[in-house]
Each structure stands twice: as C-alpha cells, then as structure tokens.
Design a protein around this ligand. Structure first.
Ligand SMILES: Cc1cc2nc3c(=O)[nH]c(=O)nc-3n(C[C@H](O)[C@H](O)[C@H](O)COP(=O)(O)OP(=O)(O)OC[C@H]3O[C@@H](n4cnc5c(N)ncnc54)[C@H](O)[C@@H]3O)c2cc1C
Length: 503
C-alpha cells in the first residue's frame, strides 16, 4: 500500500494548487479527483483574476488587496494562459453616482502593487471606441484593468507540476472513506484501492461539507451556502478588446467579456441551491442575462445569438444575516479537531496560490514558500533580466511564429496560448492529421500529458474548441478517444458534475 505525507481530496484549482505547493516542498502527495481535473467549479468561472471591484462596496478591503496582489503574481507565473484585461464600466445615472465609481477605481488602483496592470481612467464614451457598442445615453464611464485566466488550464498546469515533482495525480477516482487509526489515515477509493496518508486536506469545493461529514466522518465542518452562477456565450458583441462591467437595477453587475476571439462571455447570475450536484443554466437565468446586457447594447442580443451556456456553484461560508451578494468570497481553513486533517472552504481562482500557502503553513510549518516566482508548466518562457512574464511571453511567441513560418500564425498563437512552451515540440515534430480544426498531435498531447480521456475533456476544458468545431469534427475527436457517437455526430456528454458526491 502506498503511503503519502499528504492526500488531497478534490482536483479543482484549490486541490491542485495545494498538491503542487506541497510536492515542491518535498512532501509525497496524492491528488485525488472524482471527475475530470477542474471539471467542476474550476472550469465554470468567469475566468477573471481580479480583486473584485464590486467587493469594495461591502468594505472587503482585505480580500480585495490580497486578490489584487495575486493578480500580478499569476500574470507573471502563467503568462501563456493569462493576460491583462481592460474593462469599461459605463456610468448609468440611475445606478451608483459617478463620484463613487471614481473613488472605487482609484482605490482599486492603489490598494496593491501594480507592475503589469495599467491604472484606471475616466473615459468619454461618445469619443472612445468602447462607446460605439453602447446605447447613446451612456456618455461617460471608467476604464479599469483586471486579469484574464483560462481557469481549466490553470488547474491542469498545477496538476502537471504535481506529477513533475513526483506526486501522484488520480483523476476519475473518488475518495469514498477515510479513517484515522493508529496514527495514519486509511483512505479508500472507489477503485477499491486503499492508500495511507499522514495528513488529509479536503478541497472538495461545493462538496466540502459533504465530504467532511460522509468521507472523513467529521461533524465540525462549517455550513456552506451554495450559490449557482451561470454564463451564456454569444456571437461577439465587442468591437475591441475591452470587456464591460454593467450595473443592473437590482444592484448586481454583469460582465460581458471578449471570448475565444469570435464570441462574448456574459455572466453571471446568483441564486442559492440546496445541495451540490448537477447544475444547469435555467431559462430564467438566460432571460436575466440577456435583459441585463440589452439595457446597454445598441444592437440587442436574442436567444438565437447564444451558442453555449454553462453553470457552476460557488461554495460560500454561511454568514448570518447576509445575502448571496454580500457573503464574502474569501476562503477559510478549518482544522478538524483531534486529527491531522483540514477542510478548505470558499475561495476564488484568483487566490488559490495564497490559499495553498496558508494550507502548507498548517500541514508542513517547517517548509518554505516557493510558488510566487516559479512559473507553471508551459509558462517558463525565456526571460531577459528584469523582464516580466507577460513581456517575455510576447517576445517568445513572436520568435516561435518566425521559426515556424510555414504554419498559420493564428494556429501557432492558439497552440501557444493553450500549451505555452509545450507547443514547441509539437510544432517541431509535426502536428499530424487535421481532424477538422484540431490536430492529432494535440489530442495525443492531451491524452498523454494532461489526463484527457474523452472528447468533452478536450473540447470544453483542455481547450474551448467545442465553440469552434463543427459536429463532424467533434465526432472525429470522440472517435479518436474511442467514444460511442450519437446519431447527430456528438459524443454523449460525460460527467460535468456527475462524478462527485459520496457514498
Ligand atoms: C459562476 C462562477 C463564477 C466565478 N468567477 C470567478 C472569477 O472570475 N474569478 C475567480 O477568482 N473566482 C471565480 N469563481 C470562484 C472559483 O471558481 C472557485 O472559488 C473555485 O473554482 C473553487 O475551486 P475548488 O477547487 O475549491 O472547487 P472545485 O473546482 O469545485 O473542485 C472541487 C473538486 O472536488 C471533487 N470532489 C468532490 N467530492 C470528491 C470525492 N469524494 N473524491 C474526490 N474528489 C471529489 C469534485 O469533483 C471537484 O472537481 C467563480 C465561481 C462561480 C461559481
């Protein structure tokens, strides 16, 4: 039986980040994920590395400062899957007054160190290109900056580093029981295998409370409030690279973000759900999001413009007297009394790395922090002295494009933005057969180095090619993975939220 220093339950961003940090400190680690890595909340986010401008309204300065500082760190260590993202916040006379937006954006600029991300500015929407997609009554606004991240790929990059540093990564494997006996945990998996571990971290996201109770047998985990958030993907409404933060009459905000070049990503909604499990976008949510953007757009969207939808669950810590919007997005680490185990609750993609550091401070207090300036797999592009990751990535991409002048630059860009430095050997060795917009060498890479076993893993998480490929190409990807294909050419959807759960 294998014996690990640390066993992490849950391969979302938090579990993968904790396992990576631990592996880099020399601990033997197992990362166990019930479904696909990042297959739950961590591939269903708005994909922002942000302080959260709107949280300032609830005086959550500590959370915003921590997240803003982390924004610079993630842009630096994962430059291939992140970039600085400009946002336009139109002033709407019935919503927050202009002085409040000015004060908020000023504070946002000054709460934390900013090397890569530019400062905010007031803009005249009658002059600025961003104003052209908005109705004429929106005359002024503010442009501020945050970061963009491919959330699902961030999980994979962390998991790859776990493996590179000697850890074990076990996707599609559910932890069914963990008992502490004789000074060690005995952990039973749904494969029938048993592992031993000195310490167990429960990073099961929305399932954390259930896993604490049913898997670890602990009744001291805090109650979670589960808030569903949905997104729709539409034809592109953007003219430039600006995203929009749109204030709504109910006090919420809705983001409209340029997505995958040809599309716009719109989200999110917030409504409570009772139990973790399968979540699907409702018609009411779709209607809410369309109405929210159509308040602003000069060319309104209809449901015919929607090409994709997805939903996720925010696990928030219950705070008495607070609604979904006011409840903090910060995380908490909850040690379980009398046993070497803790449960992680809450959090954001943005703060996963500092969350992992906080966990390791408890699990291995004598070890040192190391992840703040260690590029993630794919992100270790060559850097000139003092150069930041974003600039180094741009320089590296320009050289890659020149080196492989026989390939379409758009294809090189896509591969570089997906795989980072791992694109180099693929291009050098040849991409193999084109299956209709995706190449055989890519699929082999995802299967061989990124634990992909289904078309869904590739089309919706390792890449977002599901938005770009036609049904015939999708069917070829499914056939490549040996999946049965339905009459309409689509492989039956594998787990999204189906795999987790306990018992
Ligand atoms: C709609 C929405 C938008 C968001 N937007 C942003 C954003 O723009 N920026 C940001 O920073 N944050 C955002 N967040 C928050 C962020 O997505 C989450 O905080 C983060 O993804 C949580 O990661 P996690 O690892 O804790 O959970 P998850 O990603 O859900 O991972 C938990 C994993 O545990 C696994 N699991 C459960 N039970 C078991 C078991 N018994 N055995 C093994 N594995 C198990 C599950 O399969 C799952 O994969 C958003 C969240 C939502 C819902």
């Amino acid at each position: 039986m294998e014996h690990f220093d640390l066993l992490v339950i849950g391969g979302g961003i938090n579990g993968a980040g904790i396992a990576r940090d631990a592996a880099g400190r020399g601990l033997s680690v197992a990362l166990v994920e019930a479904g696909d890595l990042g297959g739950a909340t961590s591939s269903a986010s708005t994909k922002l590395i942000h302080g959260g401008l709107r949280y300032l309204e609830f005086y959550q300065f500590g959370l915003v400062r921590k997240a803003l500082a982390e924004r610079e760190t993630l842009l630096d260590i994962a430059p291939h899957i992140t970039w600085p993202q400009p946002f336009v916040l139109p002033h709407s006379p019935e919503q927050r007054p202009e002085w409040m937006l000015r004060a908020g954006t000023w504070l946002y600029d000054h709460l934390a160190r900013r090397d890569v991300v530019p400062a905010s500015a007031r803009i005249d929407l009658r002059q600025d290109r961003a104003g052209r997609m908005l109705r004429p009554e929106f005359r002024t606004g503010f442009r501020y900056w945050d970061g963009w991240v491919d959330d699902a790929r961030l999980v994979i990059a962390n998991a790859q580093d776990v493996r590179a540093r000697g850890g074990s990564v076990l996707p599609r494997t559910r932890v069914v029981r963990a008992t502490f006996d004789d000074g060690r945990w005995m952990v039973t998996l749904d494969t029938g295998a048993t592992l031993a571990a000195n310490y167990v971290v429960n990073a099961a996201g929305p399932w954390a409370e259930t896993v604490a109770r049913s898997v670890l047998g602990r009744n001291d985990a805090p109650a979670l409030r589960l808030v569903q958030g949905s997104h729709i993907v539409t034809r592109r409404v953007h003219l430039g690279r600006d995203a929009f933060m749109l204030q709504q009459p109910d006090g919420r905000i809705v983001f409209v973000i340029p997505y995958e070049h040809d599309f716009s990503l719109i989200g999110t909604t917030e409504h409570s759900v009772d139990t973790p499990g399968t979540v699907a976008v409702t018609d009411a949510e779709t209607g809410y999001l369309l109405a929210a953007v159509n308040r602003y757009l000069v060319r309104p969207l209809t449901s015919a413009d929607i090409v994709h939808r997805y939903a996720g669950m925010r696990p928030l810590i219950v705070e008495d007297g607070k609604g979904d919007r006011e409840t903090s997005r910060d995380y908490a680490l909850v040690p379980h009394a009398g046993v070497p185990a803790l449960t992680v609750v809450g959090g954001k993609i943005t703060t996963y790395r500092v969350l992992a550091e906080a966990v390791l401070k408890v699990v291995a207090p004598k070890t040192k922090r190391w992840t703040a300036d260690a590029p993630l797999p794919g992100g270790a592009v060559p850097r000139a002295k003092g150069e930041n990751g974003q600039d180094a990535f741009k320089r590296w991409l320009a050289t890659l494009t020149q080196t492989h002048a026989d390939y379409d630059p758009k294809l090189i860009r896509r591969l570089a933005r997906t795989l980072g430095t791992a694109a180099e050997p693929l291009l050098a060795d040849g991409l193999g057969e084109n299956l209709g917009g995706v190449f055989e060498a890519e699929l082999a890479h995802f299967r061989g180095f990124e634990w992909a076993t289904t078309a869904d893993d590739v089309l919706w998480r390792r890449t977002k090619l599901g938005l770009h490929l036609d049904a015939a190409a999708k069917a070829r990807v499914a056939a490549w993975f040996g999946e049965a294909v339905r009459d309409d050419g689509i492989a039956p959807a594998t787990h999204r939220f189906a795999a987790p759960g306990v018992g």
